[in-house]
Design a protein around this ligand. Structure first.
Ligand code: UGA
Ligand code: MN
Length: 260
């Protein structure tokens, strides 16, 4: 089965580095289709050229987060959800593509396909993709370095998810990070109302989507019954530009024509 990976991304100093790292992982994954959704009013030349040279099979979309929904400079990072509008745009494309294919013979292959939401700054093992590849409804696994913990994970008893190991509000409907689940394309297609709520309270973004699709009882535990960490919620440090700023004041800043 094919894996459709939806990645929201936005312009910042580390963007090209993040996309480079991510693409090098994906190049090792068979049957992966990368859906990159820029948080921008238009596709940018940087991402356009990057994808063209990446060697990956991809779809390049864009969807600007409305200003009132976007974090402002100085806001704490938990104030508003990030990447919601972009993931919804990726879902819109998938549903449109799926509906068009339903009339042709590619439909059978799409029945088995899986959708994964991969943020541009996390770290993904190759094994993760083989774990999620066979997903009937929603598959789940642990995520490392998230929620102020070594890892969060679904707790499995007799092959079923019975609760979640998390440090915070365990009674959320699905107390899981975005990196901790994949969904069958069939389920996405048959539940057109399922989307990410850009107004969700902190920690409820994942639940806002999954609630439309499954109950805890339906979750398919992967990664040896959720006993292995195969993905890490790493976050990249914001580079300091102290010297750059000082030089810029003297008209000696780094050449803006160099793509970086
Ligand atoms: C955590 C979760 O891992 C995210 O999946 C979730 O979207 C986020 O919290 C949230 O609560 O909204 P965190 O590391 O804090 O993630 O978020 P980021 O990695 O900064 O952003 C998630 C994704 O959205 C990234 O792929 C990023 O490139 C993208 N993003 C971020 C945008 O498209 N636009 C923005 O303005 C910011
Ligand atoms: Mn992140």
């Amino acid at each position: 089965p094919k894996i459709y990976v939806i990645t929201p991304t936005y312009a910042r100093l580390v963007q090209k580095a993040e996309l480079t790292r991510l693409s090098l992982t994906f190049l090792h994954v068979p049957q992966l289709h990368w859906i990159v959704v820029e948080d921008a009013p238009q596709p940018t030349p940087l991402v356009t050229d990057f994808l063209a040279a990446s060697g990956l099979t991809y779809t390049h979309l864009h969807k600007l987060t409305p200003k009132d929904r976007k974090l402002q400079e100085g806001d704490p990072s938990w104030l508003k959800p990030r990447g919601a509008e972009q993931r919804n745009e990726g879902l819109r494309w998938l549903r449109e593509m799926g509906a068009a294919a339903a009339e042709g013979k590619e439909a059978a292959a799409l029945e088995e396909a899986v959708v994964y939401f991969a943020d541009d700054d996390n770290t993904y093992s190759l094994q993760l993709f083989e774990e999620m590849r066979y997903t009937y409804r929603v598959s789940v696994w642990p995520v490392g370095l998230v929620g102020g913990m070594k890892f969060e994970r679904p707790v499995v008893e007799d092959g079923k998810v019975v609760r979640f190991h998390t440090g915070w509000r365990p009674n959320r409907p699905f107390p899981m990070d975005m990196a901790g689940f994949a969904v069958s394309l069939r389920l996405v297609m048959t539940n057109p109302e399922a989307r990410f709520d850009g107004d969700a309270q902190m920690g409820f973004l994942e639940s806002s989507f999954l609630q439309h699709l499954v109950t805890m009882d339906d979750l398919e535990p992967k990664a040896d019954l959720c006993s292995k960490v195969l993905v890490w919620h790493t976050r990249t440090e914001k580079p300091k530009m102290k010297r750059e700023d000082a030089l810029q004041k003297q008209g000696l800043g780094s050449d803006p024509d160099v793509e970086r």
